[in-house]
Design a protein around this ligand. Structure first.
Ligand code: TTP
Ligand code: MG
Length: 368
């Protein structure tokens, strides 16, 4: 595969996002370990950590850990319940700053985007300078810090933004990519998850350098399509584009029926539609906060009912079905139904999993 060195991609990732928003709004919190989660002492031990400030992290607390465990590690921590509305509003403000620089924006989480700045609205030649000015503007306008990674593809840009967190500005130049990747643990390669790691270890592959020694045919034999992708990734090749124009506003499914539905038939169909919708959301790697149902009766009266949740719904057909059933009960007709539909809106990309830091020396250049 040909490596495309012509693009300039920036990955921006806010530093300890939810925790930083809370610290900004109440500076007293900065002195303490801060954990964004409901307090397990008030929930009978339930809950997981959304994120934690750097003080709490230095004591071993991390995202997705049980709140109970976090309390054990940090008995003096302050727990704050996540305020998703506030984080979304901050995310929007930051996005408005990105839009001043380029329209080629792919958001992957509330606090994380890829920008293609090969061409940009201010005609910057240096993407390092652009990224620096962007960081400065976010700080000045929103009082939050972020880390940026700059390279010629998405995979490398993301690794770069993680490299010098917090407030990092790291570039991986074409000539440095292979050396950078050689030193990475195999778990840092995209697509290598819990199931693949032990298989890699069996082949003697622990690092990028080990991966580089594998033939493409051997990787394909063991990992199928992923093998082909990894063969390229470790050579710094990832030509996947910035998905800037695929931001659909909603995803929905509806069905019309020749024979009008009554009673349990309605619930059965809602269940099937909920399944289709959850499959589609998973396929497009999206989740949403607003669920809308549409119902048409035999007399062609059409009703819609919606509910917006504080947080994103989990992509589970059971959850979607239960909300849809609830909304259906609030609609005035319950018999002789000719059309049913369920739509999810207020969409956002599903979050990427967290990645761990690997430290090694690496030089950065201003010329890129
Ligand atoms: P991350 O960017 O993974 O984490 P972070 O911004 O808190 O810290 P870092 O400085 O390492 O980038 O995720 C962004 C936000 O998403 C985070 O503040 C909270 C939320 N989140 C969860 O709710 N659950 C999770 O498992 C993860 C990883 C993140
Ligand atoms: Mg972040």
């Amino acid at each position: 595969m040909i490596n495309d060195f012509n693009r300039k991609i920036i990955h921006v990732d806010m530093d300890a996002f939810y925790a930083s928003v809370e610290e900004r709004d109440n500076s007293k919190l900065k002195k303490y370990p801060l954990i964004i989660s409901r307090n397990p002492q008030k929930t009978g031990g339930k809950g997981v950590v959304a994120t934690a400030n750097y003080i709490a992290r230095s004591r071993g607390v991390h995202s997705a850990m049980s709140a109970d465990k976090a309390l054990q590690l940090c008995p003096d921590a302050i727990f704050i319940k996540p305020n998703f509305k506030k984080y979304r509003e901050n995310s929007e403000k930051i996005h408005n700053i990105f839009k001043k620089y380029t329209d080629y924006i792919e958001s992957v989480a509330l606090d994380e985007v890829y920008l293609d700045v090969s061409k940009n609205k201010f005609d910057y030649d240096s993407s390092v300078q652009l990224a620096h000015d962007l960081q400065k503007e976010i700080w000045e306008k929103v009082k939050l810090t972020c880390s940026v990674g700059i390279s010629y593809n998405k995979f490398l840009a993301k690794l770069a933004s993680d490299y010098a967190k917090p407030v990092g500005n790291t570039i991986i130049l074409p000539g440095d990519a292979e050396n950078f990747l050689s030193k990475l643990s195999i778990s840092r390669f995209r697509g290598v998850g819990k199931k693949t790691i032990p298989k890699m270890h069996k082949l003697g592959v622990y690092t990028g350098a080990d991966l580089l020694e594998q033939s493409e045919s051997n990787l394909i034999k063991n990992f199928g399509k992923l093998g082909h992708i990894l063969y390229n990734q470790v050579r710094g090749i990832d030509n996947s584009p910035i998905k800037w124009n695929v931001d659909r506003k909603s995803i929905g499914h509806e069905r019309t029926f020749d024979k009008f539905l009554n009673g349990d038939q309605i619930l059965l169909q809602l269940k099937l539609i909920a399944q289709e919708l959850s499959d589609q959301l998973n396929k497009e790697e999206k989740h949403g906060r607003t669920l809308v149902i549409k119902v048409r009766d035999s007399k062609f009266n059409t009703y819609t009912k919606r509910f917006t949740n504080e947080d994103y719904y989990k992509n589970s057909s059971d959850i979607i079905f239960n909300v849809a059933k609830d909304l259906f009960s609030k609609i005035p007709v319950h018999s002789n139904i000719r059309l049913l539909g369920i739509t999810m809106t207020s969409l956002a990309p599903l979050n990427y999993e967290n990645v761990s830091l690997d430290l090694f020396s690496f030089s950065s250049h201003k010329a890129f």
